[in-house]
Design a binder for this molecule. Sequence first.
Ligand SMILES: [Mg+2]
Length: 208
Amino acid sequence: MPALDAILFDFDGVLTDTEPVHCACWAEVLAPFGVTLTWECYRDHYVGVDDREVMRELAADAHPPLDWQVLFAQYPAKKLLFRERTLAAPPFDAGLDGFLAELHRDYKLAVVTSSSRLEIEALLVAGGLRKHFDTVVTAEDVTRHKPDPEPYLEAARRLGATSALVVEDSVNGQAAGRAAGFEVLPVTRPQDVPALVRARLCRVARSL
Ligand SMILES: [Mg+2]
C-alpha cells in the first residue's frame, strides 16, 4: 500500500453536523404559521429530504392544512438565519482545531464538498479552521458532483497528491472517493472522526 500523502474531508456530516441548525432555523421561520417542528421529528423524517417535500408534508399535517408554497416562501429567511447563526457560533467540535493542526504537520489537507463556497469558506474562517486546509473544493469548482469522482480528483490535482484518504459520511461521497481511486474511510458522525482517522493512520505507521 503506498504511503498516504493527503487527507480529503467531506464537510457536512464529517467536519460538522449542521442538521440541528437547519432544523432550528426552519422551526423559527415556520412558527408564525402555527407549525411546530421538533429536532426529533426533523431527524427521523426530514434529514436528506428536499426542502420542498418537507414543506409539503408539514403543510399537509397542519391543522387545518396549509398551502405548502406559503411555507416554502420562508426559505430565503431561513437561509439568512442559518448563515447568521452558523457564522456567529460555528458548529465545530472543540477538539477539531488541534486534530487538524496535528494532521497538517504530516499530510496535505483538503475539504471536498458539494456545498457552495460562500457557505463553506466563511464557516471555516469563522471557526478558525481554514488555515489547516491547503485547498477547498466546492460546488462551483467542478462540473460533475459526487458520486462522480471529479471533486476528489480536482482536490488531488491541486495538492499534487497521488495516494489520498477520503473521509466521508454519505453513500454518494464514499462512491466518489472510490471512483477517484482513493481509499475511503466511512464515518457516521463528526465526533468520531478524530479517533477513526488516528486509528487508520496508526495502522499505516505500524505497517512501515
Ligand atoms: Mg457529508
